[in-house]
Design a protein around this ligand. Structure first.
Ligand SMILES: [Zn+2]
Length: 587
């Protein structure tokens, strides 16, 4: 979480606000035992599975998995950023947030960089529209089908073919070279004798953030020179993969349509936009980052991907789209005819044809399956196994159990493989991001338990008894835990505990950047109490189980290494491994 507001202030604000009171200001809550229930505001449902716990000061929806503390509720419901949510609740209870020194300093620099970018953008824009030398560029834009109205809307510009045009302009405005350098608009000469303009003889596309501030620039040639595009380097205000080009112009339309069309480049965005497709953003990179998908998710759950047809045919590209599923979004893909990108397609075939293609976008599951069917022989066992492996990797990312099951069923029919076999394979698919469901988690006494369920049990017990945190510290190592979410949660608990801080789920949550980890925690807190009367015994059982499991894994691993050493005739290594093995057996 952004660390500019001191942690103890955040904790105080959290303690002073009541989550039930805040949420009841947005949706009606009904008392149900110790908790409150409501129809979930984040997904459609008929029976309430949205639970608010005044004891824990958290909420969790057992339908869609949403969960968090009062800050995360406001962030999700009001689409606020973390600091905004903190500020709003601080105001409500009359706590003032002290501005820390480094925050001020950074904010100061950021403001200056924004204003330099703004001036530079005006400079380039003015040249494009008012200078003689840009006449051919204006003609070029017209030829590419960009109207001057569109060029004005997106504030396109032109960087003249000079080494010092922008530098001189900005120096006149009294900015220091070192400050201008921080915007990435200029580069230092190799012999460090000075600076020169980074962008020359190129069309300029300003990149805006969501608040309409210019964070960086893209620059395109008007001829066949390579590289076709150059972009701003990363700066204090521009981090690649954390922005979406055009979102500041289109966010309201995206919300209204409840869907977003994702394209790759500047012109792939601008041309369809000009032709009336307004729920659109550009990723400015082939693979979308998880941060970009999270930003999209604030506005809609439905994404339609319109990538370069050559790339969309690549498995690697499709795999990157699994990220959408892990964030519980729906993804469909549009296949453009070979040789077209969204820009050339609209110019050639018209916007209506593109709209039709978008209407007919194919679900990621079907798209990937078709591609695999072309690649592998679906009749042969080998081919089936390959297709199953790829498809299960995607299915494992789907959070919704009903959806997951229906895809499994479909896959089983298409491959004519029993669903049980696919389920078995699915359980082998291990992945850091996938969401692990543990609704089945009830009593320890029942059945053989999955090791990950045991790990969750340990965290649940740790949350209920401070003393058990100490015991975990003594008896286990972080590396003993396998589930990546649980690892993060345990890590934070141990750290807070060693700082002597009180451990409460609602506070713990502020330490995770990843919403999915917070949701694992709220699910855990509000899922059924464990029924074991003797908590210490239950805890000891869990610890033993985890230890045994890790020994077993270590043993298997050693076993494998011994075999390799044997086959290589490496005696020293073999001796060493045998020693380790015997040691382990004694344990
Ligand atoms: Zn929900």
């Amino acid at each position: 979480m952004p660390g500019l507001i001191p942690q103890d202030i955040i904790d105080r604000i959290l303690d002073a606000n009541d989550i039930a009171e805040i949420i009841s200001g947005y949706i009606p809550l009904k008392r149900a035992g110790r908790n409150f229930k409501a129809l979930c505001p984040f997904h459609h449902e008929k029976t309430p599975s949205f639970t608010v716990s005044p004891d824990r000061q958290i909420y969790h929806c057992f339908g869609c998995g949403a969960g968090g503390n009062v800050f995360s509720f406001l962030m999700k419901y009001e689409r606020m950023e973390f600091p905004e949510a903190v500020e709003m609740l601080a105001k409500k209870v009359g706590i003032s947030i002290p501005k820390t020194e480094p925050a001020d300093k950074n904010a100061g620099i950021a403001e200056k960089l924004f204003s330099i970018n703004e001036l530079a953008s005006k400079f380039y824009h003015d040249i494009l529209f008012n200078s003689k030398e840009a006449g051919s560029v204006r003609a070029y834009l017209e030829k590419r089908g960009i109207s001057s109205e569109t060029a004005k809307k997106f504030r396109l510009g032109f960087a003249p073919d000079k080494w010092d045009a922008l530098i001189n302009y900005l120096r006149q405005k009294n900015f220091s070279l070192s400050l201008i350098d921080k915007t990435g608009l200029i580069s230092s000469r190799e012999d460090s004798s000075g600076y020169y303009d980074r962008f020359r003889d190129r069309i300029i596309f300003p990149i805006f953030d969501i608040k309409d501030r210019i964070v960086g620039f893209g620059a395109r040639v008007t001829n066949d020179t390579l590289p076709k595009y150059i972009n701003s380097p990363e700066t204090p205000i521009y981090v690649k993969g954390k922005n979406l080009f055009g979102l500041n112009f289109t966010k309201d339309e995206i919300r209204k349509h409840d869907s977003v069309v994702v394209v790759e480049g500047y012109l792939d965005f601008i041309i369809p936009y000009q032709a009336g497709i307004h729920n659109i953003v550009a990723s400015l990179g082939t693979a979308l980052t998880i941060e970009q998908i999270r930003i999209i998710k604030r506005y809609t759950q439905n994404a339609i991907i319109l990538f370069d047809p050559d790339l969309a045919g690549e498995l690697a590209t499709l795999r990157s789209l699994d990220l959408f599923l892990s964030l519980d979004m729906n993804v469909r893909l549009v296949s453009l005819p070979k040789g077209f990108d969204p820009d050339s397609f609209v110019r050639d075939k018209g916007a209506d044809k593109l709209k039709e293609l978008i209407e007919d976008a194919v679900d990621l599951f079907d798209y990937k399956l078709d591609l695999l069917k072309e690649k592998y022989d679906i009749i042969k066992a080998q081919g089936k196994a390959k297709i199953a492996e790829e498809m299960l990797a995607t299915i494992s990312k789907i959070k919704n159990e009903v959806l997951k099951e229906s895809y499994l069923k479909k896959l089983s029919e298409i491959l004519s493989v029993k669903e049980d076999a696919l389920l078995k394979e699915l359980s082998k698919v291990k992945d850091g991001i996938s969401y692990i469901d543990y609704d089945s988690f009830s009593s320890l006494a029942s059945k053989p338990l999955n090791i990950r369920v045991v790990e969750k049990m340990v965290v649940k017990l740790m949350l209920e008894h401070d003393d058990l945190i100490r015991q975990v510290k003594e008896k286990l190592d972080i590396s003993d835990f396998q589930d990546p979410h649980i690892k993060k949660i345990v890590c934070s608990m141990l750290e807070l505990n060693s700082q002597g801080r009180k451990i409460e789920a609602s506070r713990l949550m502020n330490h995770f950047d990843d919403q999915a980890v917070a949701q694992t925690l709220t699910h855990l807190c509000l899922s059924e109490e464990c029924r074991e009367i003797d908590k210490q015994k239950a805890f000891d059982d869990c610890i033993n189980r985890i230890k045994q499991e890790n020994i077993k894994e270590k043993r298997n691993q050693l076993h494998g290494e011994i075999k390799i050493a044997e086959s290589q005739g490496n005696k020293d290594r073999l001796n060493q491994l045998m020693k380790e093995y015997n040691c382990l057996i004694k344990k």
